[in-house]
Design a protein around this ligand. Structure first.
Ligand code: NAD
Length: 308
């Protein structure tokens, strides 16, 4: 085993750290020398109510293990207040794990505007607000590690989770851009796609699976992603049950819908004829950035010009 990965001198804010996955992240950071802000609103899994107990219990656990932690009871929607707790108590912020979350599962037909807005407020806006509040500190110190929490429900869709899926995929988009904007200041932003036994998944996952999906098995992945030695930036990492992998969005080779550069239109009928080529994923590739996407398009146009 290599040298222990330590976080001495680092300050980590973990949102929604009063239970489930966030609690495991906070405990692991705490035992590795980080000073931890345990943020948790302490409401129900559907986002009702509030209580200081959830955060307090985890702070006590970290202290009992010899670590340093303070509680923060703000909603992530008040991101500035959450980050202020780190600054007031510890004078800096190095790591932000955007983890707080709730569920309001309904089919698309039954999703109310309130359910939609609340899910987006906690997951997407909450992550934006905390990240934006941490940003000036991270930029100034030329260092930061940020995690966004997505979900397979966002990546693949899941019946009854339209609001949650949309917010969770929104977090992938947010991470893509934060990773690009942070790069020059050594601020990395990566995405965790977890599956774990928690109050959120109780009764949804089959018992056999539920018992294997210990949230503590995901914590080492998130904690490593937040270490200064981890060079990943803009990665999506799926993890569950002591297994982890990188996830990519890929693009097919595609098909030109014009026969020559002079042809300025195409037709639905032609699209239908070549549809199997448009949707052929045989030579699908992952693109690293938006320039590669437009670069490839320019190549297609160049070939068309040359009659290739
Ligand atoms: P959990 O319910 O055990 O923990 C979530 C915590 O967030 C709770 O302690 C809750 O009080 C807190 N919270 C909720 N709203 C908050 C707010 N506005 N401000 C601050 N804290 C708030 O759930 P979990 O399973 O540990 O989920 C953690 C994250 O992982 C969530 O973002 C969830 O969507 C995501 N996720 C979980 C799974 C899974 O299988 N458990 C799968 C995919 C994604």
């Amino acid at each position: 085993m290599s040298e222990e990965l330590r976080f001495d001198g680092r300050v980590a804010v973990v949102t929604g750290a009063g239970a489930g996955l966030g609690r495991e992240y906070a405990l692991l950071f705490g035992t590795r020398g980080a000073k931890v802000v345990v943020n948790d609103l302490g409401g129900s899994f559907q986002g009702e109510g509030a209580s200081k107990r959830a955060a307090d219990v985890v702070v006590d656990e970290i202290r009992a293990l010899g670590g340093t932690a303070v509680a923060d009871y703000n909603s992530v929607v008040d991101g500035a207040k959450v980050i202020e707790t780190a600054i007031k108590n510890f004078g800096r912020i190095d790591i932000l794990v955007n983890n707080a979350g709730i569920l309001r599962d309904r089919s698309i037909a039954k999703t109310s505007e309130q359910d939609w807005d609340l899910i987006h407020a906690v997951h997407l806006k909450g992550s934006f607000k905390c990240t934006q509040a941490a940003w000036p500190y991270m930029r100034k110190q030329n260092y930061g590690r940020i995690i966004m929490t997505s979900s397979n429900s966002g990546i693949y869709g899941n019946f009854g989770q339209a609001n949650y899926s949309a917010a969770k995929m929104g977090l992938v988009g947010l991470a893509n851009t934060v990773a690009i904007e942070g790069e020059k200041n050594n601020i990395h932003c990566n995405v965790i796609i977890p599956t774990a036994a928690s109050r959120m998944t109780e009764g949804i996952l089959p018992d056999m699976l539920f018992n294997e999906l210990k949230p503590n098995l995901i914590a080492p992945v998130v904690v490593y992603l937040c270490h200064e030695s981890c060079e990943d930036n803009g990665s999506y990492i799926e993890s569950a049950a002591g297994w982890a992998t990188k996830v990519h969005i890929v693009r097919g080779k595609g098909c030109v819908l014009r026969t020559s550069i002079d042809e300025k239109a195409t037709s639905p009928e032609y699209v239908k004829i070549v549809w199997s080529k448009v949707t052929d994923m045989t030579d699908a590739k992952h693109l690293d950035n938006i320039s590669q996407a437009s670069g490839y398009l320019l190549e297609v146009l160049e070939n068309l010009k040359e009659g290739k």
